[in-house]
Write a protein that binds this ligand. Structure first.
Ligand code: IMP
Length: 426
């Protein structure tokens, strides 16, 4: 697989970290192309748990090059904390195996502050962001007032541009939100110093990825968040501020679309969502609660309880189609053990009319799922490694989902450890 896009096909937290970690064994370069430290990719290796926010999951394998590409919004404080944390645990992070695009945008302290203040301002209409400054940094990028990683490396440019930017942001913080402004000089000096620490990693990341691909290296593009949080195609405005699927790769990584050879989605055997926004198959009753408890569904970045519900074949067909995916990996199948019955949405209904296609661009609130119910299984399946060894009801569930989605499930994950997978062709 010379180039492969692996993306979240739901609302994030699909278990991408583990699958990408596994696939990293067979690749040379792992590229993050969008988002920032809002992501939390959990990887468990030899019983040790790592939560990666910005650094691509390939860092846990020696010899892989990990690229943070131009399309990210990078918080230097978060990135350096992550690098230090990995090094303390014996993971080598060097200028050789971690590459950072000079044109990635910077998240400053004021972006984090404004993210949180804007949420407070929106009140009941809040998005439920991670508060990591993602939206405000991307907003500055689009407004052409942002600073890029390369700017941090030029102290004079950094001082001049950050002074201009922060003067305006401080006015917003003080006069609109009624909070204390940030200390301009202290901020400037701290980011110049952070820039210096980032220097060994900084490069023209797009050029490096393209040249690695031309040289026959295998490249994996690691999506963060999930496709239903995509800025253009997700449940706007309850989305993140970047292009979270295969569509984000050409712009975010500086990699030609025609060279993305394969795309594979990752989806849980049920659905979850953190933050606000529509979620047609959400189950706010005891069964949703039971999924949360069984799946330990709490955010890896913020610790927030995730909203839980049932697998949604309508949304899944949409995500796979827009991403040109050949199939998907179904994770957390083990979490469904013990439910007497499983529900799956096969269509939606609105005003008495059946809707088969995901109503992109519309307010999803009026759409109710139409469920089909399947029998569950009781057995613990965490030790199963062979599809045929799964209980009949689990196999039926998998086949049923494949048929309804119209795509192959290329791997099943039945537990958090790297070994807990059932291969099916990926
Ligand atoms: P932001 O990305 O922090 O601006 O948050 C926007 C929306 O995306 C909120 O609903 C967040 O909960 C959600 N979100 C952001 N990153 C992730 C993630 O990695 N997993 C799941 N949800 C996320």
């Amino acid at each position: 697989m010379p180039s492969l896009s692996v993306f979240g096909a739901q609302w994030g937290d699909e278990g991408k970290g583990k699958i990408i970690d596994l696939l990293s064994l067979d690749v040379d370069v792992v590229v993050r192309y969008q988002g920032g430290a809002n992501a939390g990719h959990t990887v468990i290796v030899g019983g040790e748990k790592y939560v990666l926010h910005l650094v691509p999951s390939g860092i846990l394998h020696a010899g892989r090059v990990n690229v943070i590409a131009a399309g990210l919004a990078v918080d230097p404080v978060a990135l350096l904390e992550e690098v230090d944390g990995l090094r303390e645990r014996g993971v080598a992070v060097t200028g050789e195996n971690l590459r950072l695009a000079s044109s990635a945008h910077v998240i400053f302290a004021h972006h984090r502050t404004i993210d949180q203040l804007s949420e407070r301002w929106r009140g009941a209409g809040r998005i439920g962001t991670t508060g990591r400054g993602i939206g405000p940094s991307y907003a500055d990028k689009a407004a052409r007032t942002g600073l890029r990683i390369g700017d941090l490396l030029e102290p004079d440019t950094c001082r001049k541009r950050l002074r201009a930017a922060l003067a305006e942001k401080n006015a917003l913080i003080e006069r609109v939100h009624g909070e204390d402004p940030l200390d301009l000089d202290a901020q400037i000096e701290s980011y110049v110093a952070l820039g210096d620490r980032l220097r060994p990693f900084v490069c023209d990341a797009g050029a490096e990825v393209r040249s690695a691909y031309r040289a026959g290296k295998r490249v994996l593009f690691e999506g963060a968040q999930g496709f239903l949080l995509d800025l253009d195609h997700g449940t706007y405005p309850f989305v993140t501020s970047s292009s979270t699927g295969t569509n984000g790769i050409p712009a975010g990584a500086g990699f030609p679309a025609k060279d993305i050879e394969r795309a594979v989605g990752i989806a849980k055997a049920y659905c979850t969502r953190v933050g606000e926004g529509p979620f047609p198959t959400e189950d706010e009753g005891p069964e949703g609660e039971a999924i949360r408890a069984a799946g330990n569904e709490y955010g890896a970045t913020t610790g927030r309880p995730r909203r839980c519900g049932w697998f949604d074949t309508v949304a899944m067909r949409y995500a796979l189609e827009l991403n040109g995916a050949e199939g998907f990996v179904m994770t957390n199948l083990d979490v469904l053990s013990g439910f007497p019955q499983l529900r799956c949405a096969v269509a939606y209904v609105r005003d008495g009319e059946r809707v088969e296609e995901f109503p992109a661009g519309q307010d999803l609130d009026g759409f109710e799922p139409i469920y089909e119910t399947l029998p569950g299984w009781r057995e613990d399946i965490g030790a199963v490694r062979d599809f045929e060894a799964l209980p009949q009801a689990a196999r039926d569930y998998v086949h049923w989902v494949e048929e309804r989605v119209g795509a192959k499930i290329l791997m099943l994950s039945v537990g958090p450890d790297r070994e807990q997978v059932i291969p099916r062709g990926l």
